[in-house]
Design a protein around this ligand. Structure first.
Ligand code: GDP
Ligand code: MG
Length: 276
């Protein structure tokens, strides 16, 4: 059970199979409780009874332990990327903002320039991994069941199946959710948040943790701007108000507007990683 978001992922599948249960690589939600005492008390709460006064402190401790463990595993992922000069990006957004479409178009544009591999995260189905494979890149699908985010251990397991080549671009599509994926480092070089113009300008203000955690924002579906009420300048201003360092690209993944700038940024990022 994830104490950050309350999700549980006992139905986790990686490419349709339950992950191996070896201790160190076990996805975080599968691990034995950090502290049996705390877990039992959390699970035993009768919803009709008020929690004991000390519970918030225990919950915080558990959340802290879980995130600290995730950070350790993310650091191990990051070491592997550095050793193999791999550029890893973590794509986060609400469901439907265009992550998979963006990945498909990115793969189609760059697949002859560098090895590209994808880790797909969704609660159910292998639909996105199939779209990615059809675009010409190997993909591993993680199904998180009831879980609402990927964690570093899941990504480590998926990487074993991908057998990453040196100098690859690794694109990780997180579960569609603007809340919990903000807290879980996967070892990526950059977190890329995608906001589509049908979601409303106010999302950076409503979900500040995600926009603060991100390094790059893609404002997608800009081809729809003539047809809807959405103030793109205001959305960008809100995002920069939360995170002044955010790099912003306005794009249409389907029509291709703005894509050359995004692709050039990716190329220069990969070139830096290769040279490092
Ligand atoms: N008009 C428009 N539709 C888009 C764009 N990008 C994605 N879509 C559509 O948005 C829907 C959700 O896209 P998808 O890539 O599956 O989103 P994901 O859930 O974030 O992976 C699909 O119907 C896409 O065709 C875009 O730039 N413009
Ligand atoms: Mg998708």
């Amino acid at each position: 059970m994830c104490t950050t978001c309350g999700c549980a992922n006992s139905q986790l599948l990686i490419n349709g199979r339950k992950p191996r249960a070896s201790a160190s690589s076990m996805p975080l939600h599968f691990r034995p409780p950090v502290s049996n005492q705390n877990i039992i008390k959390l699970n035993q709460i009768d919803k009709n009874v008020l929690p004991p006064p000390s519970l918030p402190a225990r919950r915080l401790r558990l959340e802290h332990d879980l995130l600290a463990k995730n950070d350790q595993l993310a650091a191990a992922n990051r070491q592997q990327y550095a050793a193999q000069h791999i550029t890893a990006l973590n794509l986060v957004s609400s469901p439907g903002s265009g992550k998979t479409t963006l990945l498909v178009k990115t793969i189609e544009s760059l697949r002859n320039e560098m090895p590209i591999v994808v880790i797909e995260g969704d609660q159910q189905t292998e639909l996105d991994a199939k779209r990615i494979r059809a675009a010409g890149a190997p993909a591993v699908q993680i199904n998180t069941g009831k879980g609402c985010h990927l964690d570093a251990a899941m990504v480590a397991q998926a990487m074993q199946q991908l057998q990453l080549q040196t100098h690859s671009l690794l694109l990780i599509e997180n579960v569609g959710n603007l809340v919990c994926p903000a807290a879980f480092d996967l070892g990526e070089a950059y977190k890329v948040v995608i906001l589509s113009v049908t979601e409303g300008e106010d999302k950076p203000l409503k979900y500040p943790d995600m926009f603060r955690a991100a390094d790059v924002m893609l404002l997608n579906k800009c081809d729809l701007l003539p047809y809807i009420e959405f103030d793109a300048e205001l959305a960008i201003r809100y995002a920069l108000q939360i995170n002044p360092a955010l790099k912003v690209f306005s794009i249409s993944a389907t029509r291709g507007n703005g894509m050359p700038d995004w692709l050039d940024w990716l190329r220069s990022l990969c070139a830096q990683t290769v040279a490092s």
